[in-house]
Design a protein around this ligand. Structure first.
Ligand code: 2AM
Length: 185
């Protein structure tokens, strides 16, 4: 199973991101854009995992969520990095990013305990809108043309997500969701 751990986004946030994505498309000639229902913020990509490892992953996720209280992030600004001369376009977040970093660290500690090596790359939270994007202008043009309104993201749960294909279509589906400390489960 191809798995990752993520923050799922509510409909208001997905609507806003979909709106931004449609605006971004006006400044591109090509690209693979994320379907609205698949939009999420990845905390940790796990890759191919055996089905019998899911139980220990769930324990690690529960243990992490038990150490974290709800916090708020906001959609912030458009970001981009180049991958094989094409752009990956994303939206960054602001707000209680220190709490997000704490969540990431707590999760990494739990995952290390069950044999996952710590990630070499620093955590760079973002929501990917499009991959293999060809821009008509520069990233700066895009950033000045497309406004990201400061939409709140209420972060109160962690999800274990499976990346799968349903009738040929890429689908990210939660296989486990757990609320943070003090919230009714
Ligand atoms: P991204 O948005 O940073 O690209 C589901 O595939 C999620 O896992 C994606 O949102 C993607 O994050 C992340 N992901 C996929 N393949 C990855 C890889 N090889 N390394 C790190 N993250 C990956």
């Amino acid at each position: 199973m191809r798995l990752f751990i993520a923050l799922e986004l509510d409909e208001t946030v997905k609507d806003q991101l979909d709106h931004i994505s449609n605006e971004v498309k006006q400044f591109t000639s090509k690209g693979r854009f994320t379907n609205k229902e698949n939009l999420h913020l990845t905390i940790r990509f796990l890759g191919e995992v055996k089905a019998d490892s899911v139980d220990e992953l769930i324990k690690a996720i529960d243990c992490t969520a038990n150490q974290v209280q709800p916090f708020a992030l906001y959609l912030d600004s458009i970001g981009s990095f180049l991958k094989k001369q094409k752009h990956v376009i994303s939206v960054g977040v602001s707000g209680q990013t220190d709490k997000l970093a704490d969540l990431y660290k707590a999760l990494e500690t739990q995952l290390e305990g069950i044999g996952y090596q710590k990630e070499a790359r620093p955590f760079n939270p973002h929501i990917t809108l499009g991959r293999q994007v060809q821009l008509n202008g520069t990233v700066k043009d895009l950033q000045s043309e497309v406004t990201v309104s400061r939409t709140p993201i209420h972060v109160n749960q962690l999800s274990l997500m499976e990346s799968t294909r349903v009738e040929g279509k890429l689908v990210y589906r939660p296989i486990y969701q757990t609320l943070f400390k003090g919230l009714k489960r």
